[in-house]
Design a protein around this ligand. Structure first.
Ligand code: PLP
Length: 406
């Protein structure tokens, strides 16, 4: 008899965005022709930049000729992309990362979801609350939690991210082995200052813990005091993995390209306490279960690092940041308290009422789709997340509609 992984039965509900999609579908079925503005899921709307498109086309043409055709590439990614990422994303900021410490993949969702496979079933895990759901659900599926009770899984250590701590939790008093951090944060839009990240690095070093640092929104940081990478913090290379994505940086949500940095000096431990290089473990996992990102996609991603490419993608990100500014200012003028949206494409809005109720009100009365904060965790109750990824005129229209409600 083929039996199921019973851990799947513990999952609290269907994936947050599927639930939202279902609600929107039901609303449009009942109200055909409704003009819905989507500021829910964080998906980009602007096309790939000209440099990326040129490189993409050029690489497709190479695939059409026998002499330049390429079959399987290196699973870890082509050197031209790994080297460019190491140089421009890290070394140019004074963070020491080598090209061969970078693993190119088809997305940070997969990387952040898969990484937990390397660790023992009984490690202690800390996750922020609210949180990008993939970190939690992938550990539930792997059997590292108990049941879901009162909005939380037993066995996880939750790091409350609240107004009181500026949505940046400090390390816990207790010992944990694995910590997920995400800055700029999805969903709150909060960013971590250098000294806050330094506290986490010190905690990880002291406890022989590992930090999984998700920097998918790094390109939105505009405050020069805010670190873009955890490796800007001295001592982080030994205790942290960093996830990066071209999705929100360069509009690759549909094209798919990301990478994970695993420094060679980062160690984890076997049952006897012996240090094991994490790079070797991830390399083994990645080369066994993944066969590389397509050559044209990697060429398109590498174009992001050319002088023109850098200018163009800065323009893309600036466009969404201007949307974010409009959302923040219009909502503040309408009397809402907001955070985020200055170094992040997400605005975290206090609703003063139940998240799903407020979501429903915005959907049915303003025909604007947002994301209920409670879908990201218990501390998200009383908030909604608004995404700046949409056309400027649609963003303004959505703000007119929400302002008219209040
Ligand atoms: N990490 C965070 C915090 C995200 O919000 C997202 C996507 O929304 C991802 C990772 C996934 O990115 P990718 O498109 O590279 O899979």
């Amino acid at each position: 008899m083929i039996r199921i992984n019973e851990n799947y039965g513990k999952l609290a509900s269907s994936y947050l965005f599927s639930t939202i999609a279902k609600k929107v579908r039901e609303f449009t079925e009942k109200n055909p022709g409704s003009d819905i503005i989507r500021l829910g899921i964080g998906d980009v709307t602007l096309p790939l930049s000209p440099s990326c498109i040129r490189a993409f086309h050029g690489a497709v043409d190479e695939m059409a000729e026998e002499k330049s055709f390429r079959g399987y590439g290196p699973e870890q990614g082509y050197d031209f992309l790994r080297e460019a990422a190491a140089e421009h994303d890290f070394r140019s900021r004074g963070a020491a990362v080598e090209g061969d410490e970078i693993f190119i993949s088809d997305g940070s969702k997969c990387d952040t979801g898969n990484f937990q496979e390397l660790f023992a079933p009984d490690i202690r895990i800390a996750v922020p609350d609210p949180v990008y759901p993939v970190y939690v659900d992938s550990n539930v599926m792997a059997g590292r939690t108990g049941a879901f009770r009162e909005g939380r899984y037993e066995g996880l250590v939750y790091l409350d991210s609240t107004r009181e701590n500026g949505f940046v939790p400090a390390p816990p008093k207790e010992k944990v082995d694995l910590v997920y951090l995400c800055f700029p944060n999805n969903p709150t839009g909060a960013v971590a200052r250098r000294e806050q990240l330094a506290e986490w690095v010190a905690y990880a070093r002291e406890n022989r813990a590992l930090i999984l640092f998700d920097a998918a929104y790094e390109a939105y940081i505009r405050d020069p005091e805010i670190p873009h990478s955890i490796y800007e913090i001295p001592g982080a290379r030994e205790v942290a993995v960093e996830f990066r994505s071209f999705s929100k940086t360069a509009g690759f949500t549909g094209t798919r390209c990301a990478y994970t940095v695993v420094p060679k000096c980062c160690h984890v431990y076997d049952a006897s306490g012996k240090a094991v290089p994490l790079h070797d473990l991830w390399n083994r996992r990645h080369t066994t279960k993944f066969n590389g990102v397509s050559y044209p996609v990697q060429r398109a991603a590498a174009a992001v690092y050319t002088p023109e490419g850098r200018k163009e993608i800065r323009g893309l990100v600036d466009y969404y940041l201007e949307n974010a500014r409009i959302i923040r200012e219009r909502l503040a003028a309408a009397g809402y308290t907001c955070t985020g949206g200055d170094n992040s494409p997400y605005i975290w809005v206090r609703t003063g009422t139940d998240s799903w109720k407020f979501f429903d009100r915005l959907l049915t009365e303003a025909r604007v789709v947002t994301t209920p904060g409670s879908g990201f965790g218990r501390c998200g109750e009383g908030y909604i997340r608004i995404s700046a990824f949409n056309d400027r005129s649609r963003v303004s229209q959505a703000m007119d509609r929400i302002a008219a409600l209040s």
